[in-house]
Design a protein around this ligand. Structure first.
Ligand code: UGA
Length: 429
């Protein structure tokens, strides 16, 4: 089998299929990436992937050569990215560039893993009548992608009449994993992907709004989410309130689905609210800080965690980017620490001071904001942290820390959707 585009999805797909015993040819246009991967060096931070890559190196050929891929592989998994355009639609230029390179001679099968708007498969199939087309969307989460691949909730395989044999071949690849396989038409498979991400994003914006109401009425969103989630119709996952979703998928796919609906003549009202709630949620930390500190001009604020979620170095659409800019807009001095994403974040946040440890970031800070729930923050010596800070105030943007332990360590603790701490006098000094 072949993989085209060894970004995050492509690399996980290539390495995991090799782990299942398949011979894989993985092609990318970036020569340095191909060289690093061929040497067993991963280009992304994904738990378990590096070791899996190195133990399967002899089964994977990394190459820049499309002809080699076409010669050795029949099933071609297209895994190039589809970033948002300025209009909010998905940018399909990379997908198109790949498809233009494929022969329309019946010797190969195009398996679309990239997230594309519903209708893309039909239009490619129209242009390439002799290239069987299978839609096989991915549902991997960054940070647990290897485990998600190996233990899928479901595998969705979409094919239109005439392409059943190609779909059977793809299904055979996934069968050893044992997850439920759903066979649909291509447009439905494309919609399953977009609808799943949009629904999960909706769940997050919903619980974030519930959290904001909880703050007004003195309820605790953790208790509320727990009580809701035990209803099997609702389920407990993706009900963690926080400072908004980020990453390369939810923001892009929610917008792409909204645009797809609009371009098709339907106004998808709900998604407008999902997007707006998420944007505002990233900024709510500012008012929490102001309540304690008064105007933020000249205040030193430490951001703990910058990646859009833990266990990844991915900074795409991370809430930290908006938050850092908002804080600086208020005149605050921002210092930050992330265990893995620091270097990548430093390039994006050039006016933010990057610290080498959490304790270093907290030295002299007027407040800390926990932005990404990295495990090491739970184990931090918070009494020591309080001693280093100018003022032991923390806004836990992911409701990750134990409020009682933080209070015992001397902190004024603010979570999301919890009873607010008594404001420390803003003008006390
Ligand atoms: C998401 C989907 O979960 C995957 O199924 C999908 O395959 C992937 O997008 C994709 O389309 O490629 P991912 O973006 O890696 O995966 O990460 P998630 O774990 O879904 O988290 C997304 C964001 O939502 C993060 O910023 C996270 O902090 C936030 N989140 C998640 C919450 O704020 N609350 C929650 O309860 C869950």
């Amino acid at each position: 089998m072949g993989v085209i585009g060894v970004g995050w999805v492509g690399l996980v797909t290539a390495v995991c299929f090799a782990e299942l015993g398949r011979q894989v040819v993985a092609r990318d246009i970036v020569a340095e990436k191909v060289e690093a991967l061929a040497g067993g060096e991963t280009t992304i931070h994904e738990p378990g992937l590096g070791e899996m890559l190195r133990r399967n190196l002899e089964r994977i050929t990394f190459t820049t050569d499309m002809d080699l891929l076409l010669e050795r592989a029949r099933l071609l998994f297209v895994c190039v990215d589809t970033p948002p355009t300025y209009s909010g639609d998905a940018d399909l230029s990379r997908v198109r560039a790949v498809v233009d390179d494929l022969p329309d001679d019946g010797g190969h099968v195009l398996v679309m893993k990239s997230t594309v708007p519903a209708g893309t498969g039909h239009s490619i199939r129209r242009d390439m009548p002799d290239l069987p087309y299978v839609s096989c969307p991915e549902f991997l989460k960054e940070g647990s992608a290897v485990a998600d691949f190996m233990h899928p909730d479901r595998v969705v395989i979409g094919a239109d009449p005439g392409d059943e044999e190609a779909a059977d071949a793809v299904e055979a690849l996934y069968r050893p994993l044992g997850g439920e396989v759903i066979r649909t038409d291509v447009a439905s498979a494309e919609m399953i992907k977009l609808a799943s991400n949009a629904f999960l994003a909706t769940k997050i914006s919903f619980i974030n709004e519930i959290a904001n109401v909880c703050e007004e009425v003195g309820a605790d969103v953790g208790e509320v989410a727990n009580g809701m989630g035990l209803d099997q119709r609702i389920g407990p996952s993706f009900l963690r309130a926080g400072i908004g979703y980020g990453g390369s998928c939810f923001p892009k796919d929610v917008s792409a689905l909204k645009m797809l609906a609009g371009n098709s003549g339907y106004h998808f009202q709900l998604l407008n609210a999902v997007i707006e709630v998420n944007e505002l949620q990233k900024r709510r930390v500012v008012s929490k800080l102001v309540r304690h500190l008064g105007p933020l001009a000249g205040r030193r604020i430490a951001l703990l965690g910058l990646a859009f979620k833990p266990d990844t170095d991915d900074m795409r659409e991370a809430s930290s980017l908006v938050l850092a800019a908002r804080l600086q807009g208020e005149g605050a001095e921002v210092v930050a620490y992330d265990p893995v994403a620091g270097e990548r974040a430093g390039e994006l946040l050039s006016s933010v001071t990057m610290a080498d440890s959490a304790l270093e970031a907290l030295r002299g800070a007027d407040a800390a904001v926990l932005v990404t729930e990295w495990g090491e923050f739970a184990a931090l010596d918070w009494a020591e942290a309080a001693a280093r800070m100018a003022r032991p105030l923390i806004v836990d943007g992911r409701n990750f820390l134990d409020p009682a332990a933080l209070r015992a360590a001397g902190f004024a603790y603010e979570g999301i959707g919890k009873q607010q701490a008594t404001a420390t006098a803003a003008t006390a000094e």
